[in-house]
Design a protein around this ligand. Structure first.
Ligand code: ADP
Ligand code: MG
Length: 397
């Protein structure tokens, strides 16, 4: 990062109107918010803005309405939930931009809050349309981005609008940057070490960039999940019917070689929980060599105990991607075991990724981690590049 990133104290808030981009992309069941974690995550910033006397215009996307109005993806339930948390009335605007919205904004008292309808009902949001960005900017005097999980996207409300208003990042984004930034800080001689990254999940292709970037920092790299089978296959191990990305075999070998050159100890699973079908009720068996016709669906108990022993010596651990199909009980032990090991660790433990965070929450261990990132793709992209389009836009405005 070159120039410093503006934070909330850089904006005039008293009596100003602030457009605040948040991540209210919450799961809905009918008109009920099923999980309000993301709404709670934005509260410190919203409370700060209102307590300083700003009029706050909240903007977010929800789901993938593809540029069309879709009543199943309205932000109205999220606005109601926000009102509940703030214990005040919140105005809801059924549109995102235009004179009628501007009138609603003008009627706000200092400290008042208005929530705009889903930004993605307008095609200009994902298309980063300049006109749409300008219309959003016209509603306010300043811009605050607290939507960390969307900051890797060049959308109108993330990068476009930042060009037209003085901007700052919110408190949630600041915390994410502190934690993730410390993982990739230039100095390698500090008490971060031993530093381990545990990577798993569905696909190698999603995570190549971050594996390469982290291999410049870490002492240990653990590779589990479906991803492990591409690496094992690349090394010539039998992997049966496990998920392998054939077109990534060469790349996997190159990554392994680069790790070796950089002095990173790579750990691949030495035993597996396999099944003959990809099904919740399939019979689970522990094996060291994967037989023909079987697929690896979790790391095995020997792998878990070897990895746990090494992890216990680490001062910093970053974890992204489940070790197996943790959604199914027969294949959840690896992911659960790693989560339990990290929960006991004295050092810093950072979890990133939607499914990894869901797994840690499912095992009731979320509050035992140092930090659970609210960004899946955004956290990985930040670790890879040390910056995000949404941050760069605010910095250069
Ligand atoms: P995150 O959201 O934490 O970044 P991913 O989206 O990359 O994680 O991967 C999560 C998915 O990977 C889970 O749904 C899990 O069931 C699946 N998965 C993990 N291990 C395996 C495996 N061995 N075979 C098939 N799927 C797997
Ligand atoms: Mg995922």
């Amino acid at each position: 990062m070159t120039t410093a990133l503006p934070t909330l104290d850089r904006l005039n808030l008293a009596d100003a109107t602030i457009l605040c981009r948040v991540d209210f992309n919450v799961p809905l069941k009918g008109e009920t918010v099923v999980d309000d974690t993301r709404i709670r995550g934005a509260l410190p910033t919203i409370r700060h803005l209102t307590s300083e006397g700003a009029r706050v215009v909240i903007a977010s996307h929800l789901g993938r309405p593809k540029g069309q109005k879709n009543p199943a993806m309205t932000l109205l339930p999220a606005a109601a939930k926000l009102a509940e948390h703030l214990e005040t009335d919140v105005v809801f605007s059924h549109d995102t931009t235009g004179p009628a919205v501007a009138d609603l904004v003008k009627e706000l008292e200092p400290g008042g809050v208005l929530v705009l309808e889903n930004l993605r009902f307008h095609a200009g949001e994902k298309g980063n349309d300049t006109g749409f960005a300008k219309d959003l900017a016209a509603l306010a005097d300043g811009f605050v981005n607290d939507a960390f999980g969307t900051m890797h996207r060049s959308h109108a409300s993330i990068t476009g609008v930042a060009a037209h208003l003085p901007g700052a990042v919110g408190l949630l984004v600041q915390r994410e940057l502190e934690v993730l930034g410390s993982l990739i800080a230039a100095s390698g001689s500090d008490n971060r070490h031993p530093f381990a990254a545990i990577l798993g999940g569905a696909k190698v292709s999603d995570k190549i960039g971050v594996i390469d970037a982290l291999s410049r920092r870490v002492d240990h790299l653990f590779i589990g999940g479906a991803m492990a089978y591409t690496f094992l296959a690349a090394e010539g191990h039998a992997v049966g019917e496990s998920r392998v990305e054939e077109d990534k075999l060469e790349l996997a070998l190159r990554l392994l070689n680069r790790c070796k050159q950089r002095g990173v100890k790579v750990h691949l699973p030495s035993d597996h929980v396999v099944a003959e079908r990809f099904a919740e009720d399939a019979e689970a068996k522990v094996v060291e060599e994967i037989p023909d016709g079987a697929m690896g669906l979790d790391i095995g108990p020997q792998t878990l105990s070897e990895w746990s022993r090494v992890l216990a010596t680490c001062n910093t651990v970053f974890w992204n991607g489940p070790m197996g199909v943790f959604e199914w009980d027969s294949f959840a032990a690896g992911t659960r075991g790693i989560a339990e090991r990290l929960a006991k660790l004295e050092g810093t433990t950072v979890v990133g990724g939607g499914d990894s965070a869901a797994a840690v929450a499912k095992f009731g261990l979320a509050d035992q981690m140092s930090h659970i990132s609210t960004g899946g793709g955004a956290s990985l992209e930040f670790l890879e590049h040390g910056d995000l389009p949404g941050l760069a836009a605010i910095r250069s405005a």
